[in-house]
Design a protein around this ligand. Structure first.
Ligand code: ZN
Length: 570
């Protein structure tokens, strides 16, 4: 490895060109070859050729170094000219790819132009000059690599957790639907984009898709409507997230259900009550209205006739009246159950479900599963209480562990097996959608690639993105979602991503930041270079003179400790 320069701070926009020009001036002669009259291994000398091809960095740096536009620019993509308004277009065949010759022409024009023309070129084409374009072989479009660590762990996983689902450690888990009318407007814009893509694709099932889209738009605007049963299951607001769901009823049922009781019909005959008279029906109608609309006390309900209470219980399928078994309960038991049922109904009606999918209850379950899990020694566990501000931001590795291990374990348990809802229900579909993301990133990070694995990745990531648009109508896809489809070309042209992934550079950055220095620019670089040189020389001496090891035993113990430090990614 050859460290050419470390840039202090973050230069703005094209100001990075001053640093890049120094690099380019060193690289250029090596394209034609530099002849050394003598080298360490060759007494008669050698000609050395060198070229810079892949430019590996996070999105922010890639845009700056390679002269592309920011992630929110109309032409946000560094591979194609898809306008940002059309970012929900998931059909790569319909994207117009950037032309390297045209790109270079515009960049050269930008370089020579006055400020106003420069701004116009950047606005209309999303192009700036970069000194790297002085390298005759360098093509900014394929050579600006999409880094899989920033794309996958800090991009797709992070966006799914923080933005698409949302984390709220103070409230219970919500269903990811937006109850806020202000944000509903954003939702219809996102839906329309999706609709536009479907029309463009013009599939044979277009009509069906349009009908579904229409339903979805209506549903997403009516998440608080009185009767969610009218909606297709996937759009229904999820049930309040109770892990001891129905436990209260189950307890009551097991304690109070008397299977030997006489059928209610006998009771009625013996009591001489006649349920079918007109006045009885009128009275029942009035009681039912009271029960539905008012907050009733126990004493009021105790004054109602036994038969009418029983009828109410049956009508609302309140356990144990939710089966065909003939049961009879005392008045007091029925009143208690009816009041409990009304309390649950009122709380679910009054409280609109929160937007954030990961709430305090779900976090508690995930943390508990993490404490119960034993991870292999080579996997560094995520912070035990992630998701709360005190824990701070998660690193790329921590997002990887949280999303591909911890959440998979807990969500399958809680939303999958623990979920009594139908497979088409919202939570179940959210689980399948998340697993599509986990699958696709697993394949993206494999240390080998093949046409089959790339086809699988493409199918899964497209399924995931379509799922996000369907399940979360208020979400607008980001540039990372779009780049997740371009990354297939990198896999095809340059092989699996680990050889050009950034964790190693992030660790070296960290190492440089951790190194003690006095901040005297001009001296820092020399001090660091001397330190690295001394370290390398010491290793050579130790290898050449084993007896030296004995004499500096204590110092070697410290040196070995330093070597044992975390070197993942190196
Ligand atoms: Zn693109």
């Amino acid at each position: 490895m050859c460290l050419v320069t470390v840039i202090p701070g973050k230069p703005k926009q094209h100001h990075i060109n001053h640093t890049l020009s120094a690099l380019v001036s060193q690289l250029l002669p090596f394209w034609r070859g530099i002849s050394y009259t003598r080298t360490a291994h060759y007494r008669t000398g050698r000609t050395v050729f060198m070229a810079l091809l892949p430019t590996v960095c996070d999105t922010e740096a890639a845009i700056q170094i390679s002269g592309f536009a920011a992630h929110n620019h109309t032409y946000f993509c560094r591979r194609c000219l898809l306008p940002i308004n059309d970012i929900h277009n998931l059909e790569p065949d319909t994207w117009i790819m950037r032309d390297p010759d045209k790109h270079k022409e515009l960049a050269l024009e930008w370089k020579e132009a006055p400020q106003a023309r420069r701004e116009a070129i950047y606005r209309d084409h999303g192009v700036r000059w970069t000194e790297l374009l002085s390298l005759p072989y360098w093509n900014p479009i394929p050579h600006t690599v999409i880094d899989d660590m920033h794309l996958g762990y800090l991009g797709l996983f992070r966006t799914h957790l923080r933005l698409i689902w949302g984390i709220d450690h103070e409230k219970n888990s919500g269903d990811g639907l937006c109850p806020d009318t202000e944000k509903q407007r954003k939702l219809s814009k996102a839906s329309l984009r999706h609709l536009l893509n479907e029309i463009r694709a013009n599939t044979p099932t277009l009509q069906q898709l349009l009908e579904e889209e229409n339903k979805k738009v209506i549903c997403s605007r009516t998440t608080s409507i009185a009767n969610p049963d009218m909606l297709p299951p996937v759009a229904r607001p999820a049930q309040a997230f109770h892990f001891d769901k129905d436990q209260e009823f189950e307890d009551l049922k097991s304690r109070l259900l008397d299977l030997n009781a006489r059928p209610p019909s006998f009771t009625k005959q013996e009591n001489g009550a006649d349920d079918n008279t007109y006045s009885s029906q009128l009275r029942y109608g009035k009681l039912k209205r009271n029960f539905e609309e008012d907050e009733l006390s126990k004493s009021t309900m105790m004054s109602w006739p036994h038969a009418q209470l029983e009828k109410l219980c049956k009508e609302y399928s309140i356990p144990p009246f939710d089966t065909n078994n003939l049961v009879s309960l005392k008045k007091e038991d029925m009143v208690r159950r009816l009041l409990l049922w009304a309390k649950r109904r009122d709380s679910s009606l009054k409280q609109s479900s929160p937007r954030a999918v990961i709430g305090k209850d779900l976090l508690k379950e995930v943390w508990a599963d993490m404490a119960r899990s034993i991870l292999p020694s080579w996997i560094q566990p995520a912070p035990p209480k992630w998701g709360i501000p005190a824990t701070g931001k998660l690193s790329a590795d921590e997002y990887k562990v949280v999303c591909s291990i911890s959440l998979v374990i807990t969500l399958i348990r809680v939303w999958g097996y623990g979920n009594r809802e139908e497979p088409q229900s919202r939570r179940y579909q959210m689980l399948l959608n998340f697993l599509d993301l986990v699958h696709s990133l697993h394949v993206l990070f494999l240390r080998e690639t093949s046409p089959n694995s790339r086809a699988y990745y493409k199918a899964t990531i497209v399924k995931y993105l379509r799922g996000v648009l369907e399940l979360f109508p208020d979400v607008v896809l980001s540039s990372n979602h779009h780049l997740a489809l371009h990354v297939i070309a990198d896999l095809e042209n340059m092989g699996p991503g680990h050889a050009r992934s950034t964790p190693v550079f992030e660790r070296i950055n960290h190492l440089l930041q951790e190194t003690k220095k006095n901040g005297h620019l001009g001296q820092v670089e020399a001090t660091m270079l001397v330190s690295y040189g001394q370290m390398a020389n010491l290793q050579i001496l130790l290898d050449q003179y084993p007896e030296l090891r004995e004499e500096i035993k204590e110092a070697l113990a410290v040196l070995e400790d330093i070597e044992r430090e975390d070197h993942r990614g190196m």
